[in-house]
Design a protein around this ligand. Sequence first.
Ligand code: PMP
Length: 350
Amino acid sequence: MSVRVRADLDSLPAYVAGRTVPGSTKLASNEVSRGPLPSVVEAVTHAAHGVHRYPDMGATELVDSLAKHLDVATERIAVGCGSVALCQQIVQALCSPGDEVVFPWRSFEAYPILTRVAGANEVRVPLTEDHELDPDALADAITDNTRVVFVCTPNNPTATTLHERQLEEFLSRVPSDVLVVLDEAYREFVDDPQAPDGVEFTRRWDNVACLRTFSKAYGLAGLRVGYAIAPPHVAEALRKVYIPFSVNAVAQAAAVASLEAGDELERRCAEVVSERTRVRDQLLELGYRVPPTQANFVWLPLGERTGAFNEHCLNNRVVIRAFPGDGARVTVGTPEENDILLSAAASFSG
Ligand code: PMP
């Protein structure tokens, strides 16, 4: 007899991380390509001298900086080891076995995994034919058992965003005891004036939480720190299920330094946004279908040709993220990296 592991874990889908292939350009994980700012490296070095002590469990300085930066009360903020940990904290804090979690599909791959680990039931709601979230269908999917709805905007991997008006209409259809989680991992790259600002929605709706991360625009993917703005009792529940000390001291210091470097980071985001326009335009010119993008990546709905495109990119030393049978997600990198991708895309004939 061997140790028994939960039988339902056998059928759990695996989280697939973007691959790093030595000698190839990695455009697979929606990271920013430029290394951390000197001021952030300095803060990391300084914090490294104190790592013989446990970190501040309440991440006080970071929470205070976020409160100031976003103009929200500290009691409405919870931090996590990446915003993926906050997704998990939310499901853990709100769902009991048998409860339902509604989310669009295709979307962030962690939603179904975390839902099933918590013993809750997943309800996947298809995107529209234009690869956009379908707010009416999401609202229709809510039942008496629904506790959480994840709304990923811009959506990973399709890069499309909801508009403010659509979100208002959707929220007016959601029962007040269901938490709507606006997952805004890519919010800093949004330039569509009609796109919602999740933090503003948390001020007006008592059942809305907004998730953001330091992994993408702030370039701290390797340090693992994200945050939630939520109703105070929800934020308190998220702190209760937080794995003690999981946002480490170095990550806390880097995040604080990043918030202080707002102007430089804005310039970096602007570069990504202008490159994303160039990449999308050239891909369209080459004959690819590319939905409008508001994130730091583009979505190529290649269907059955996805596998061949992925192979071709690998052969041309560029690593992208393929969703077999569906499409390919390509991160916007530096101009030089994007040129490598564009030249691979130009020679693809599959
Ligand atoms: N939400 C979305 C939509 C994402 O794409 C990701 C990362 N791929 C995350 C959350 C989690 O990011 P992190 O844990 O690095 O903050």
